[in-house]
Ligand binder design. Structure first.
Ligand code: MN
Length: 196
């Protein structure tokens, strides 16, 4: 996940004259770091979970999306860093382009870093390097603690996204199923796909 040239991989994979996705338009970090979850109807439907770290969005593709039940472990496969401007991207990536398909902003908000090791707080960068981060999300659909734990390294690097068992854990909810609409436009993935 470490990249000496942040966003190079993001740019190399895309052609900004053909894809409506943003190049880095220079959005600067605010007072609190942001997170965003984008539902992405690519070849395989997934949810892109992104956390602002050091001026970029660290990203994981989560095939089943996030859960609110702490017993549900969700596979999260790291993908390239995205620019902060990507947090508001919603639209259709045209056929033939990288990641072709519709994207909706499924949830968005700010987060706090709760990562620690043996009781000592770690920065997000330190946590990512160690393969463990814990964050407190303040989103519209997701709130409370979430942990990301790396369980496989190398070219098949893989993590698990898990709801922390705190007062906001709720096994009776399943927002991926019951709250599909975009938090920006109120549209579903199907509506975005149809309207562009
Ligand atoms: Mn994606």
């Amino acid at each position: 996940m470490s990249d000496h040239r942040p966003l190079k991989e993001y740019r190399d994979k895309r052609c900004f004259s053909r894809s409506p996705e943003p190049d880095d338009k220079g959005r600067r970090p605010g007072s609190e770091p942001i997170f965003v979850i984008q539902q992405h109807g690519a070849r395989t439907l997934h949810y892109d979970f992104r956390l602002e770290v050091a001026g970029v969005l660290k990203s994981w593709a989560v095939p089943k999306g996030p859960a609110t039940d702490p017993k549900e472990k969700r596979l999260a496969v790291p993908t390239e860093d995205h620019p902060l401007d990507y947090a508001d991207f919603e639209g259709v990536i045209p056929p033939g382009e990288y990641g072709a398909g519709a994207v909706v902003v499924w949830d968005q908000g700010v987060y706090r870093n709760l990562t620690a090791k043996k009781g000592k707080p770690l920065s997000m960068e330190e946590g990512l390097a160690h393969g463990h981060v814990k964050v407190w999300l303040e989103g519209r659909k997701l709130r409370g603690g979430y942990a990301l734990n790396r369980f496989k390294t190398g070219k098949d690097e893989a993590w698990l996204l898990v709801k922390v068992d705190d007062e906001l854990a709720d096994p009776t909810r399943d927002p991926v199923k019951t709250e599909p609409q975009s938090v920006l436009s109120g549209r579903t993935l199907e509506e975005v796909a149809a309207e562009g």
